[in-house]
Design a binder for this molecule. Sequence first.
Ligand SMILES: [Zn+2]
Length: 465
Amino acid sequence: MLRKLIATRLTFIVLLTTGITTNMATNSVDGQTQVEPKTALRMLNAQQQQFQQKVVKVADNVYVAVGFHGANTSMIVGDDGVIIIDTLKGPSSAAKAFEAFRKHSDKPVKAIIYTHSYGDHIGGASAFVEGETPDIYGTESFGSAEGVNKAVSTVKAKRNLRQFGRDLSALESTNRGVAPAMTADHDGGKGYLPPNVTVPNSGLKTTIAGVEIEFHIGPGETDDAMFIWLPKQQVLFAGDNFYSSFPNLYAIRGTAYRDVLSWSESVAKMAEFEPRVLVPGHTMPIRGKEQATTALKDYSEAIGSIYKQTVNGINAGKGPDQLAHAVKLPERLRDKPYLIEYYGTVPHAVRAIYSGLLGWYDGNPTTLSPLQPKIKAQKIAELAGGTKNLTSQMQAALEKGEFQWALELSDHLKWLDDADRKLARKVKIEALRGLAAREYNAPNRNYYVSYANELESGRLSELWF
Ligand SMILES: [Zn+2]
């Protein structure tokens, strides 16, 4: 058995760069993002191509720096100055991107634009300021996204570490779905400069450094998001309402409800511009009018479809557990490279939509007042014919590779005074690593491995185990 346990352990393989880029069969079982370990690694490895460090010229005088941190930063060169769109997370990464931009223009920075207020887009602004502070544009509701959930910031910080795999070793790391792992975060937020020009809710069309530029309000991942349009160059900067992955309609680090329907509508609005180049908030730009427009239309349709299927299911009386397994991307969208669930997942989105619209209660009176975990665990043990039998079932589940079931049984056993809690904990660690090895959704994978490491190190309390 021990040998089998070792065999199921996650074998971390250093990522090799291969040429595989798109159209990999995802073979999702029952709405989950689990495949063979080799396939999962190959897929995450292929996604890595989306954020290799480079400066990409997407049009005359328009440059995008990809992979200098988690997000993208862009530079538009005008007559007597440059415009910067988004500034990365901290000044050290931003300075490197700026240095790379400086090979293309040494004109002064006339304006900085924040597409939205998330830290990975605003924290490096000071690196782009050489003298006087330039105009810094943000929407009227700028900052609204970060104001929520402050009361639970202690646990959010822990979950953030796990989702992004911040404590994982180089060998355990893959990536973050739409961003590389191991980013330089020591100075995160240190270069932040607040907006000094407010973009009204009706949007704004103006000229900066001789460049015609339009600001369009587009709530999505955050309520304070906008997208930027260059009418002459036909380039659209989407912020985080588009990147190459199924969108993170819910983040497992813990977020308030993201208005999924607005997100779908904002992306549909972007598609109407039929851009020649689409610059996402993360991952590589998409070139070509047809490719960019199709990607935006597909993205909007995908989000809208998940929303609609969930709402229809709710109205048909289905609960979140049922819907999380039943709702699927429309067949024709499943293998689109920009909709593979590297970052967001459909089941997480479905649960978020459910609780966003109805709160925690699933409408079934059985769940109005469920048994407390310890009592339930005792009843399950009785049903299994005793704690010993329940323990054997847990071990058997692990040996058979039924990792989720092994996790659920170990979570019962942890409440039982006569259980071998050490063994239950060990099984949980092995099962988490088993799931992680098969997982191509980066946040899930990072979370499983991080949690297994925490359990193994003894850092987690008995309660959390
Ligand atoms: Zn971002």
